[in-house]
Design a protein around this ligand. Sequence first.
Ligand code: O7M
Length: 199
Amino acid sequence: MNPVIVALDISLLKALDLVKMLREKVAGFKIGWELIFEGGISIVSEISRYGNVIVDLKVADVPHIANRVINKVIEKGACCAIVHGFLYPSLPRGENIYVLAKMTAPTLYDEVWERIIENVGEIRGFVLPGNQPEFISRARKILGCKYRIISPGIGAQGGQPGNALRAGADFEIVGRYVVENPDRVAEWTGLRPACFNTP
Ligand code: O7M
């Protein structure tokens, strides 16, 4: 198993083929709006049969509504779901929740991400930019091994495979780079998560 989560930003049929092809080789799959619009919410259960599923709806609502949405996808078999960190301090909390704290593209998070990660409370972990490994190292120093770190931005957005892992991430989230050529997952051979073995 390579410490890679494949972002399935592709059509339903292509996603199902890819999941079957990579199920033994990657740590999980990330599902977003596109696939849920196409396949309905049952796609979460379908893909969960083959591996860990992170549902990425980038939820951004008051906690009681956010928790209702998150509970629905967890009931369908997802391990976890992603919410926007700018909700802090009114974040939904829980062991299934990943908080997006800094993005792969410039945003206002660049000014506040450290405040978010230092004060967050009981959640599963953070999404931090894999194309900026220097921030992953800083985050890991602040967090120790209390939280998971998962990192997109590899390949198409400039991150080099493995650099975020070496800086302290547990898993790299990869879309186009692997979708275009699934054999590329071999580039993660021998790399290990910094702290956690499951996404
Ligand atoms: O590897 P790519 O560039 O083809 O795809 C990147 C995936 O990571 C895609 O699914 C994005 O929605 C996601 N992502 C970012 O690209 N940048 C971010 O800052 C955050 C995410 C993400 O996964 O947020 C949860």
